[in-house]
Ligand binder design. Structure first.
Ligand code: NAD
Length: 399
């Protein structure tokens, strides 16, 4: 590569967010690959990456103002605040987990209409082998799953492993993980390593073998759906009622329940009802990874809050678990964005080829392509070459 493209990492300003989009190791690789790297001063401090390590790796650090001015490509973990988005200029490229599905899409469409080039990693095709190194949803879900098991162990008032001591024998904790995607499988593996007796469950029958390959048991119910591109579909009301009743009866036997069930673009399914919680033994712990302001997998869970029910069950709304392990989560995320950059930069310019499956998926384009659309050449600086024959994005919202 000959020309220099300036890529920059911004400070994450979201509540409780401590991750950063680039870490010094990745900076070294990007600089060696011919990029100029700019870091907003202090951007890595929440994840324990001081400015001087970035500088030693070949980056420059500067104020937000100067970074926004100089960067061709801005790297973020989460969507930057509206005040920052408002300052992006046509042709500048924004990369991140930008919440491009469902209701989050509208804000990005505005940005795109102003000529900002938006690449959102939450749109990446998950099962495409070439995309695996860029799969930030998986790298962060993996951190969340690991962390969920650790959080559960910390809140549990007994041992996870079987303990044989002079003071008696403690039986191992019984852990049930609901949802065996990336986070769920990591929670299963971590709880197993902590010595618990672990059972996994997923509505996708295909998850059974993956759960068993980790040495856990699989909980069977009569409600099973086929995978659609690896994802589960939302259940019908009848299926949901049957699933809740079957799970409720079985859940009482467990000390710990970790829930990780998600359906893309939809509210997480409720798997643990208030009645189920009321039937669990005092001292049980439930960690809800799906907890959100819209509701999660557990009735009444609140993000970032620990509630103890009247019958002594601790319900933990997980909140942003990757941000609680910011050094490791940022290192993995930075490798994901660096892999994406490598795939979209040629000869010192961002060169977006809509016939490339990865580009086609992550590139947020206008929902319609009217003939009055500004041609990329009119809005892009020299560093950005968006393919002129860009096909309109005809995907329905939320895809
Ligand atoms: P996700 O976060 O969307 O959902 C988590 C899990 O919840 C899924 O396994 C889903 O089946 C399950 N679920 C949904 N509704 C449920 C319900 N009512 N009851 C019980 N479980 C329910 O999933 P994810 O972790 O993002 O993974 C999505 C898929 O992509 C998985 O199949 C995963 O194996 C696959 N994947 C593949 C690759 C790869 O091939 N390289 C990489 C990443 C993910």
């Amino acid at each position: 590569m000959t020309a220099t493209l300036t890529v920059a990492a911004l400070t994450e300003r979201g509540h409780g967010e401590r991750r950063v989009a680039l870490v010094p190791d990745t900076v070294t690789r990007l600089v060696a690959g011919g990029f100029d790297v700019l870091i907003e001063a202090g951007a890595g401090s929440g994840a324990f990456y001081p400015d001087d390590e970035y500088v030693a790796a070949g980056a420059k650090t500067d104020t937000l103002e100067s970074v926004l001015d100089a960067a061709d490509v801005l790297l973020a973990v989460r969507r930057p605040e509206p005040e920052i988005l408002a300052r992006l200029r046509p042709g500048q490229v924004l990369v991140g987990l930008l919440d491009a599905r469902g209701t989050g899409r509208a804000g990005l469409d505005e940005l795109v209409a102003r000529g900002v080039v938006v690449l959102s990693l939450d749109l990446l095709p998950r099962t495409l082998p070439r995309a695996q190194t860029m799969d930030a949803l998986s790298s962060q879900a993996s951190v969340a799953g690991y962390r969920a098991a650790v959080v559960a162990a910390e809140a549990f008032a007994r041992y996870f492993p079987m303990m044989i001591t002079a003071a008696g024998t403690a039986r191992p904790a019984k852990v049930l993980v609901l949802g065996a995607g990336v986070a769920g499988l990591q929670a299963i593996g971590t709880a197993r390593r902590l010595g618990a007796q672990v059972t996994g469950y997923d509505v996708r029958e295909a998850a059974r073998e993956e759960v068993k390959s980790l040495g856990a048991s699989f909980l069977a119910t009569t409600v099973n759906v086929a995978s659609e591109g690896g994802y589960a579909r939302a259940l019908t009301p009848d299926e949901r009622a049957a699933q809740q009743a079957e799970l409720s009866a079985k859940m009482r036997a467990f000390d710990i329940v970790i829930t990780t069930a998600q359906v893309p673009g939809a509210r997480p399914p409720v798997l643990v009802t208030a009645e189920t919680l009321a039937g669990m033994a005092p001292g049980s712990v439930v960690v809800d990874l799906g907890a959100s302001s819209l509701g999660g997998n557990v009735d009444g869970s609140v993000p970032d809050e620990r509630i103890v029910t009247a019958n002594g069950v601790t319900v933990i709304g997980a909140g942003n678990l990757p941000a609680q392990m910011p050094t490791g989560a940022s290192a993995a995320y930075a490798r994901n964005v660096a892999a994406l950059l490598t795939a979209v930069v040629r000869d010192g310019a961002v060169d977006l080829d809509p016939t490339d499956e990865v580009v086609d998926a992550v590139w947020v384009r206008p929902a319609v392509a009217p003939s009055t659309e500004v041609a990329p050449a009119d809005v892009a600086p020299a560093a950005v070459v968006a393919a002129a024959d860009a096909a309109p994005d005809t995907r329905p919202e939320g895809e």
